[in-house]
Design a binder for this molecule. Structure first.
Ligand code: ADP
Ligand code: MG
Length: 567
């Protein structure tokens, strides 16, 4: 291992040379103050994806960081702290293209990430850095200063003050509380919990930051749905507990229905202190489903909802390169069930109307035999009987009152339990609808992906990359995940791409179902971490945990995919 002195000499020596000379600094360096720098990957030119570094800083892991949840919480805190330090160091570089530095701390969710690793006596910080250049020449002196300041800044900045230690503990406590809350959800047989005081609305449609609290009406549970759950650190938490079954969220336009549903969608993840959605939890298999016309569908049994399409297409093993609103929504539901989803979340705003409901008049005009769709309203009870709950925003049709176990009305952002009223109305005002159940649900299907239809090669090279939150480049294909709404973070999308490739290389063999494949992938991830899954040499410092649902959702949108049903 070479010293800081030698790193300086090396960088000064190559100052002004062609950019490729940076290759000389690959390797391990012992810097001052006990910091170790690993230069794992050196970019080939100034415009290539940035170089990857790891900085190992001496640190003392506190004794309270015992289990995985606490470590995740603490790592979330440290990553954000380190990110600020890293930004400061970049700030000192002045303008110009030199020294783009990034540490992947993440957004409002407290996901399991790879940017910071906590060990008993050190922290490992994984950073990407654009090594500074003037044109295509090495700026060796600047690079040295940058690396030195980065190391010094992190070493000093991660020597926590008393107040910072307290904050770190708070983050760890919160993560542990969330884990307990999720456990409590199961014990109380609830599918979701929204705490009193939650601040659900976001700053804007494109921002996940909270709306300034002065503008927010905090959530309050209707008394009839209020439950108290207890967690180790916060103690008793009260709020709205939503039991299994069919729950409607009704109310006038702009009264906060979709905002509540969006909160529930995100409740599969923990949120960071100050977010406003702390302690809001939803069962972890909850899936938001929506209409997504134009997506491809590969071998999904949508026959519980759609049968006898014009042209005689088979809907028990439905293939299309361009689904309609209703067929895509049916496929989204069946795919969710295939992976063991226990809670469907739906919003009328993003659903196909003819998928949700067909009223009495329309039933009269368009007779059963010329209508392929069995609307969701006629299936939702059956799903409940099979252990699949639904929470649905429905401001437009009261027909759902008769199938709902409870109805919550949002009124100027306040939640009211109007179940009784809704049931009285449904008794006194018959809809005149005829129930349209054809055959019952068969076993939820279990498709086996066929390996030769999942090709990760492009011009003889492997390609499986996340691009932003919405896109994965896989082999020759571009997978569009814009409508997969519970994917929240570009690092998660990279995680999905990484898991897809690993699944393809190790477990997809035409015999295993998606579920079996994913069980194995996640087991490997648990045993060996991302290092096991990620093909990158050097460190995978910009990945975050995706759920199996989102990984399969991405396979499902691969246009080349073909599957066989497990019989
Ligand atoms: P709906 O689905 O009922 O039409 P939305 O949930 O889309 O209504 O909410 C309408 C607007 O109200 C949004 O701009 C949202 O940010 C805001 N909003 C929602 N809930 C609250 C709240 N609790 N306090 C303040 N503003 C809110
Ligand atoms: Mg809405």
């Amino acid at each position: 291992m070479s010293s800081q002195q030698q790193l300086r000499q090396q960088l000064y020596r190559i100052d002004g040379r062609g950019y490729g000379a940076y290759r000389d600094i690959a390797g391990k360096w012992q810097l001052e103050g006990g910091v170790i720098l690993h230069v794992d990957h050196v970019q080939a030119d100034p415009f290539a994806s940035p170089s990857r570094l790891r900085l190992i800083v001496p640190w003392h892991k506190p004794e309270h960081l015992t289990d995985g949840d606490r470590v995740r919480g603490a790592a979330g805190y440290l990553a954000r702290l380190a990110q600020r330090i890293v930004c400061d160091v970049r700030g000192k570089r002045g303008s110009g293209r030199s020294g783009q530095i990034h540490l992947d701390a993440g957004g409002q969710q407290l996901l399991d990430r790879t940017a910071v690793v906590i060990r008993s006596d050190e922290l490992e910080l994984r950073i990407s850095l654009g090594l500074p250049a003037a044109g295509r020449r090495v700026l060796g002196r600047t690079a040295f200063e940058l690396l030195r300041d980065l190391a010094d800044g992190l070493r000093e900045g991660l020597t926590l003050t008393r107040a910072q230690w307290d904050q770190l503990r708070q983050w760890a406590d919160l993560a542990e509380d969330h884990a307990a809350l999720r456990q409590g959800l199961e014990e109380e047989e609830l599918v979701a919990f929204v705490p009193d005081g939650a601040q659900l609305p976001r700053e804007s449609g494109v921002s996940d930051l909270p709306l300034p609290f002065t503008e927010v009406v905090p959530f309050t549970s209707p008394p009839s749905l209020r439950v108290t759950l207890s967690v180790p650190h916060r103690g008793a938490v009260t709020g709205m507990g939503i039991p299994h079954g069919v729950t409607l969220i009704v109310g006038g336009g702009y009264h906060g229905k979709s905002t509540l549903l969006r909160g529930l969608e995100r409740g599969v993840y923990d949120h960071i202190p100050g977010d406003g959605r702390e302690f809001l939890v939803t069962v972890s298999s909850a899936v938001k489903v929506r209409a997504e016309d134009g997506r491809s569908v590969a071998g999904v049994d949508i026959s519980p909802f759609i049968s006898d399409l014009p042209g005689g297409q088979v809907t028990a093993e439905f293939y299309t390169q361009e689904a309609s609103g209703s067929t895509s929504q049916a496929a989204n539901i069946m795919e969710a069930l295939e992976l063991g989803c226990e809670l469907l979340l739906m919003d009328e705003d993003t659903s196909a109307t003819n998928f949700l409901i067909r009223d009495a008049r329309m039933q009269r005009l368009v007779r059963g035999e010329s209508e392929p769709i069995t609307p969701f309203i006629d299936r939702v009870r059956e799903l409940k009987d099979r252990g699949v709950s639904t929470i649905m925003v429905m401001g437009g049709s009261g027909d759902y009152f008769s199938v709902a176990d409870r109805v919550i009305r949002m009124d100027a952002y306040e939640a009211h339990d109007v179940t009784l009223e809704a049931h009285q109305i449904s008794q006194s005002m018959p809809t005149g609808r005829v129930e349209e159940t054809g055959g019952r649900f068969q076993e939820f299907s279990s498709r086996r992906p066929l390996p030769h239809t999942i090709n990760s090669h492009r011009r003889k090279r492997t390609r499986a990359e996340g691009r932003g939150r919405d896109t994965i480049l896989f082999g020759e294909e571009t997978i569009d995940l814009a409508q997969v709404e519970q994917l929240v973070d570009p690092s998660q999308t990279r995680g999905v791409a990484t898991m897809m490739l690993y699944a393809r290389q190790h477990y997809i063999d035409g015999k295993r179902s998606f579920r079996e494949v994913l069980e194995r992938v996640y087991q490997d991830w648990k045993d060996g971490g991302w290092e096991r899954i990620s093909p990158y040499r050097g460190h995978p410092g910009d990945l975050a945990y995706p759920r199996p649902h989102e990984v399969v959702a991405s396979f499902n949108r691969l246009r080349s995919l073909r599957t066989r049903d497990l019989d």
